[in-house]
Design a protein around this ligand. Structure first.
Ligand SMILES: CC(C)(COP(=O)(O)OP(=O)(O)OC[C@H]1O[C@@H](n2cnc3c(N)ncnc32)[C@H](O)[C@@H]1OP(=O)(O)O)[C@@H](O)C(=O)NCCC(=O)NCCS
Length: 157
């Protein structure tokens, strides 16, 4: 399968809300930042913030969105958030594709470092980030949260 990264649309917001079935899933998705029930307007509200962009991983053949992530970009550091795959797309190795595409997109935005927070115990996510070259940073996180980061080499011409 081939994929593209496209800016999140208003329709995509509705789709992403549908990928988060309950409060526990919301906590893994976004930590304490957003509140159950997740709404499209909570996602929309974040779009007004400085340096914020939100993106979809889209199946090129069918134009179906299969994943989502966002960035808050500040002085060369892109904090990646709200990484999620459509529930029916999980468990097939697509997590790595999603994160690799997020890394490429961060480079396109001019970032030199990526950081993220992941809830302790979210093994599919942690394993995916480690495989993509993220390392755990000691200082950052609150209890129950693991901070991770990855430097971005210059993008290929
Ligand atoms: C996080 C998410 C994108 C991962 O995608 P996924 O398709 O479920 O992940 P996979 O099944 O491909 O698993 C990813 C890796 O973790 C490993 N893994 C899965 N469950 C594991 C477990 N319980 N313990 C250890 N490793 C585990 C897999 O083997 C795989 O590693 P590998 O490719 O090296 O074999 C997806 O689960 C998701 O959207 N979750 C909901 C939102 C979320 O939690 N987002 C993270 C925000 S920080």
């Amino acid at each position: 399968m081939m994929f593209r990264v496209l800016p999140r649309t208003t329709d995509d917001r509705r789709l992403v809300v549908g990928w988060v079935p309950d409060a526990d899933a919301l906590y893994l998705f976004t930590g304490p930042r957003l509140h159950w029930p997740l709404t499209e307007s909570q996602l929309a509200e974040m779009e007004g913030r400085n340096g914020f962009t939100a993106w979809m991983l889209v199946d090129d053949e069918t134009n179906t969105p299969v994943g989502h992530f966002d960035f808050s970009l500040q002085s060369g550091t892109a904090r990646i958030g709200r990484i999620i795959l459509a529930p029916q797309m999980r468990g097939r190795g697509l997590a790595h594709v999603l994160v690799d595409n997020a890394i490429q997109q961060a480079r396109r935005l001019g970032a030199s470092e990526l950081t993220l927070n992941v809830i302790v115990g979210n093994e599919p996510a942690i394993r995916t980030y480690e495989r993509a070259g993220f390392v755990t940073i000691a200082e950052s996180a609150r209890p129950g949260v693991r901070g991770m980061s990855r430097l971005l080499e210059e993008s290929a011409p």
